[in-house]
Each structure stands twice: as C-alpha cells, then as structure tokens.
Write a protein that binds this ligand. Structure first.
Ligand code: SF4
Length: 344
C-alpha cells in the first residue's frame, strides 16, 4: 500500500464530505460522533449530533446532564448503554483529568464505552498518535486490496489487519484512518459493484486486477438471531395511554414502553389482560412489527385496548407528553404512531 498511500490521502483531502465533527480536531466532537456512528449511517446521525451539541456542548455539560434528558437526546439511535457510558466517561474525565480529554490511546481506552476503534480514532485524529482504526469498511478495503483470504468474522483478524496497516509508511495516521474509512463507505462499497474507476488504490489493488472483488471479504455466515414473540397493549382511555418504565437492568433498561408480554396471546387473553387495569370497552388488533436488535428479534403483535373505566395507578400519559417526557426506544415507535393516528 506504500505505493498508493499518497494518492489515497490526496483523494481524501479533495473528496471528503464536510461533516460537523470534521470542522476541528476537538476530541469531544470526534468522540461523540464516533459513538453515534456505531451501527448508524452518517446521514441519520447528522441531526442527532447537531441537537446533542446544542444541548451538551462540552464534557462538563455531559457529565452533569440528567439521565432522562440524555436518553431523550439519544432516542432513535438505539443502544442506550452507549449514551449512559458517555456520561460515565465524561464524569471520569472531569474527576481524573480535570475536564480535559486525555491525549493518549492508553488513557482513552480506559474510559467507559470506549473500545479499540474509538480510542484509535480519537488518539490518531486529534492527537497524532500512530494508531489504526479497523472496522468493517477498512477490513473490506484491506482484504480486497491484498486479495487476503483472512476470515473477518474471527476476533483475531482485526489485530492482524491492524498490525499490517501500522507498517504502512505514512506520517499522519489520523488522516490515513479517515481516508480508509471514507473509501470503504463511498468507493469500495459492500453490496454491488465497488467504484474502482474512481478509487485511488486501483493501480495496486489485487481485487481490481483479478476482477474478483466479490470474493472479499471472507466471513462466516451470521448466526441467526433469537426470535421472541410479544404482544403489545396500546391502551386508550380519554385520549391517554399507559406507558411503563422498563427494569433498571438488561435490554433497553430504564426506557419507557407500552405494556407488553412475551408470547402470542389470544383475543380472550388480551381482554383478560386489559381487565387488570379496569373495565374494557373493546379490543381490536392493530399492527404487527418486527424489531431487530444485534442478537435478537422481537416479533410484536399489538392490540388496541379501549377502556371504559380505569382502576389502577399505572402511569397514564397524554400522547403529546409521551413525546416530550419519556424516552421511548425505536422498537415501540410504530405503536405510538398508530395510536396518534387512531386518536386524530
Ligand atoms: S480498486 Fe476497487 S476493489 Fe480495489 S480497493 Fe479500490 S474500490 Fe476496492
């Protein structure tokens, strides 16, 4: 890669997208953007990033924010533990580093929620450390470029690729990392044809010369996800509905949801469930929706449960205040949508 690395850097400087976190090399900006970008596309992150920075412009404001407000800002990005870890790390930076972001990979990787990739990105881009970021994009470019048959599903592969890339002769590893990531996202793309004609690595790329880019990268078939059937209850009573807070541990903990139960309930069982909250006027099936998490799928069938009378102390909320006051994960957004349509 040494022969074409200069071309890669020039390509990046001339073609990079203008993104808000690239305006400076402020580690707070790079950090927040990197965490938001995990599993989420750049286009989707832009508006979240802008609002987040307006509300929490620096490490001290992040360290001091209320958890409910933080989760609300994060709503829609998923993986809420990432947001919680941001706050934990900000508190640690305030206490341990007097509010100043640590400057070395070794220190940065000690912070909660920061793994090898993010620590490498921050330390190389913001502090000029010799570190390499290796994600799916970079592994794809690497294995195509070298026709390398290494299995990218193996945990050890990242380290192998990282070590090889560290030997590339380049003075600015931050720039090199950004260029490789951008190339993987926009040129050496995963599905369909890579855009080899506009690729700065083309001259030395083995996949291009062998016309076998489609063989790389090599990976195991993904494990199938655990599927869980669920029944979701959308209560309706005087333009209000029930929301409940999830347990304070486990998946989506401390977020708000519509009441639900594991399993596919019959119509009569749904009626029975509704009766726990008062007198049911009627029940009707609503949408079904499947939400996919990293390791599991929730296959959800929802029911409207219209109530005549309520005799419970659950949290009844008007629909508009759900949106303002409660962080509700994306898994439940379709039900909120149909509820709003129903009550129009
Ligand atoms: S030449 Fe084509 S296959 Fe090779 S790195 Fe560039 S885009 Fe990927």
């Amino acid at each position: 890669m040494n022969d074409v690395v200069e071309k890669l850097l020039i390509w990046y400087v001339n073609n990079k997208r203008e993104l808000p976190w690239r305006k400076d090399k402020d580690p707070y900006h790079v950090w927040i953007s990197e965490i938001m970008l995990q599993q989420t596309r750049i286009e989707a992150v832009l508006s979240y990033y802008e609002i987040f920075m307006k509300e929490l412009p620096d490490i001290s404001s992040l360290a001091a924010v209320e958890e409910d407000k933080l989760l609300k800002l994060w709503q829609g990005l998923g993986y809420y533990n990432r947001a919680r870890n941001l706050k934990k790390a900000a508190i640690q930076i305030m206490e341990q580093y007097d509010g100043k972001f640590p400057t070395t990979y070794v220190e940065i990787i000690q912070l909660p929620g920061i793994g090898e990739y993010t620590a490498s990105a921050i330390s190389s881009i913001c502090f000029g450390e010799r570190e390499v970021t290796v994600d799916g994009n970079v592994m794809r470019v690497f294995t195509r470029f070298y026709n390398d048959e290494v299995n990218i599903s193996k945990n050890s592969t990242k380290k192998i690729i990282r070590d090889k890339l560290l030997s590339v002769f380049v003075s600015d590893f931050g720039l090199f990392n950004e260029a490789m990531m951008e190339l993987g996202e926009r040129v050496c793309i995963p599905n369909g044809m890579p855009k080899c004609d506009s690729c700065p690595l083309q001259e030395k790329c083995e996949a291009y010369h062998n016309e076998n880019y489609y063989l790389f990268p090599i990976k195991d078939e993904r494990r199938s996800k655990e599927e869980i059937d669920m029944t979701v209850f959308i209560f309706v009573w005087e333009k209000k509905t029930i929301v409940q807070k999830r347990k304070n541990a486990g998946l989506l903990h401390n977020l708000y949801e519509f009441p639900n139960m594991e399993g596919v309930l019959s119509f009569d069982e749904v009626l029975d469930y509704g009766s726990r909250y008062g007198t049911v006027e009627s029940v009707s099936p609503s949408i079904s929706y499947t939400h996919v998490f990293t390791h599991k799928k929730w296959k959800m069938q929802s029911y409207f449960v219209f109530m005549k009378k309520i005799n419970c102390s659950n949290l009844f909320s008007s629909i508009s205040s759900i949106e303002v006051n409660f962080a509700m994960p994306t898994a439940f957004s379709p039900f909120l949508y149909v509820l709003k349509e129903e009550l129009k």
